[in-house]
Design a protein around this ligand. Structure first.
Ligand SMILES: [Fe+2]
Length: 239
């Protein structure tokens, strides 16, 4: 199984605050049968140039890799394979960024995209169409369930109509309120990818295993089967 949205890279953002915590989170992922983890620290273009972010990401990855290399061979072998990516906050004119391909996940042209939390307007949608139409990059809409309370349903439907992959957070499946939102999206005909969006080992932990168990128990076989298919398709694109 793949976890394609995580904040495990040390000291990059509001995720793992040390490489020791990063290792703990990777062990948690492995214990839930996650064999591939995409490291997707937040990228805010308003705060940082893409090149500076990519450099910081490379150093953080190196630091984590050094810690992993110090582990006994057997333990090292049990940890998930790591791929690089970013959770890119939507920014006007992002279709013009040269660094866009380097921000995509693994070897793919899939870009984990965080949409604004303020009300979406026509301009955002037009620029989203430009991103999809002009760049060859396919956005994966991060944690769609998190926008649902702050946006009009017509906006959510317009996102679904884009036909791009939609990521839901595993945490959404673990509460009744979250499951209600998910059912509303499924009812609208949406397929989805699951990811933990983990930030630490306690309050926002890696919890893919728990969510999968809930999906198998509380959702239909079709939903579980469809998720498994979508996740394997994406994994093949990334690795
Ligand atoms: Fe995130």
């Amino acid at each position: 199984m793949i976890d394609l949205h995580t904040h495990i890279l040390p000291k990059m953002d509001d995720g793992a605050s040390s490489s020791t915590l990063s290792l703990d989170m990777l062990r948690m992922e492995a214990s839930q049968r996650v064999d591939t983890v995409v490291l997707t620290p937040h990228f805010y273009r308003e705060e940082e140039e893409p090149e500076a972010f990519l450099q910081r990401r490379a150093s953080s990855f190196l630091r984590l890799q050094e810690r992993i290399d110090e582990l006994p061979k057997e333990e090292r072998g049990q940890l998930p394979t790591l791929l690089l990516g970013a959770e890119v906050a939507w920014t006007p004119n992002m279709d013009e960024w040269e660094a866009l391909p380097q921000l995509c996940m693994g070897k793919s042209s899939l870009l984990l995209l965080e949409l604004p939390f303020y009300p979406w307007d026509k301009g955002m949608f037009h620029q989203l169409y430009d991103l999809i139409g002009k760049t060859g990059v396919t956005p994966v809409i991060a944690h769609l369930e998190r926008y649902m309370r702050g946006q009009r349903w017509s906006g959510i439907q317009e996102i679904l109509a884009l036909g791009v992959p939609i990521q839901l957070s595993s945490g959404a499946f673990l509460t009744m309120g979250g499951r209600r939102l998910v059912r509303q999206l499924l009812h609208a005909g949406m397929g989805f990818l699951l990811a933990s969006d983990c930030h630490n080992a306690t309050t926002r932990p890696p919890n893919m295993g728990e969510a999968i168990a809930v999906i198998r128990k509380k959702f239909s076989k079709e939903v579980a089967g469809d998720l498994q298919r979508q996740m394997s398709v994406v994994k093949r694109q990334l690795v």
